[in-house]
Design a protein around this ligand. Structure first.
Ligand SMILES: [Zn+2]
Length: 345
């Protein structure tokens, strides 16, 4: 009984008339000859059980159809007592390929999902834009007010965060108007159109609009009217035309550039002043925390879907203004204008 390091040598021995003996010694070196045209062999030097653990290295199959010996990786081999099945190494290879593919696809999948959510907001804002246009046409070309009087009460309530949408939570009725008192109520009735799908809410200490603006005040989008918050020591590089009201109740012709002038936006577009200090937010593309006390150390970018006065929507990146120039975050850029200066620009 001989055993061979080199399978070609072994095959030659078989061809010369050697007999394959299926004894224990033989099995210790090679698996058996499976048919006339194919030899299934294992390397001689191994330290594993040939019939079970050999899958750890995988058997080599030697095709001898044309007389030469060719080594190829087997698709299957008679492991575990001769049945047909995948080897462990094959399964591991397939699993690792699946893992790699999944790893490659998941980020693009989540990017695609984020794009879809932005598209929802762009469409919502477009519809809100149409309703606003109808409102303005009915009001002799004047934009909505930033304060309304609730029909049931005498209080004046700020409506920049509630152009439309559902009633606020009862605890917030002192601060936000009911659905019926909102400017767009009869133009675009309360519906999901007022909802940003990634609305993460605002702390707005002490109001706490959580878990979302939508669930607490019935609207995710904000009207660019009323006073814009600034940091102490900062503000506007040009004198604003009407810093207390902005575009509220102004005529359409007041707006310097309708294609750039922001009409509606989401909280991440700008800064908020509250009892406990300034606040910034991140909704779309947010990572980790969505409420920020310092925009310069934010982990994500400040993206906000925006409706412009001319009726078109886009998703500008406000990071540059908020992170590199937080004291003057409202200066005009090529893409947007937040306020009108006293000299008309
Ligand atoms: Zn949104």
């Amino acid at each position: 009984m001989s055993s061979y390091d080199d399978v070609a040598e072994w095959y030659d021995a078989v061809q010369r008339g050697g007999t394959i003996v299926q004894d224990a010694a033989m099995r210790a070196d090679f698996t058996r000859l499976t048919c006339d045209r194919e030899l299934i062999c294992l390397p001689k030097k191994r330290f594993y059980d040939p019939y079970c653990m050999n899958v750890a290295f995988g058997p080599r199959r030697f095709s001898v159809g044309d007389g030469s010996v060719k080594e190829r990786w087997p698709a299957r081999f008679p492991a575990f007592g001769g049945g047909q099945g995948f080897t462990l190494i094959e399964l591991l290879v397939v699993m690792s390929i699946i893992t790699i593919l999944a790893g490659m696809m998941l980020p693009s999948l989540s990017r695609a999902k984020e794009k879809a959510r932005q598209t929802t907001c762009i469409n919502n804002l477009r519809q809100i834009g149409i309703a606003l246009k109808l409102y303005v046409d009915d009001q002799s070309s004047r934009f909505p007010p930033h304060i309304v009087r609730d029909p049931d009460e005498l209080h004046l309530r700020n409506t920049t965060m509630t152009m439309g949408g559902y009633d606020p939570q009862p605890r917030l009725l002192d601060f936000f108007p009911s659905a019926k008192a909102r400017p767009l109520y009869s133009y675009l009735t309360p519906s999901e159109v007022y909802r940003c799908p990634v609305d993460k809410g605002q702390r707005l200490a002490p109001l706490k609009l959580k878990p979302s603006n939508w669930s607490s005040i019935g609207c995710s989008y904000i009207y660019n009217a009323g006073r814009l918050a600034t940091l102490e020591g900062g503000g506007f590089r040009q004198t604003p035309d009407d810093p207390a009201r902005g575009m509220a109740e102004k005529s359409e012709s007041w707006v310097p550039s309708p294609v750039q002038y922001i009409f509606m936006h989401e909280p991440p577009a700008r800064l908020y002043a509250t009892l406990t200090g300034p606040e910034w937010y991140q909704w779309h593309y947010s990572r980790g925390t969505t409420d920020l006390d310092d925009p310069t150390v934010a982990r994500a970018q400040f993206y906000s879907p925006v409706l412009f006065v001319d009726g078109h929507s886009a998703v500008p990146n406000f990071s540059r203004s908020l992170m590199t120039d937080p004291y003057y975050p409202y200066e005009p850029t090529r893409d947007w204008i937040w306020y009108k200066s006293a000299d008309g620009n």
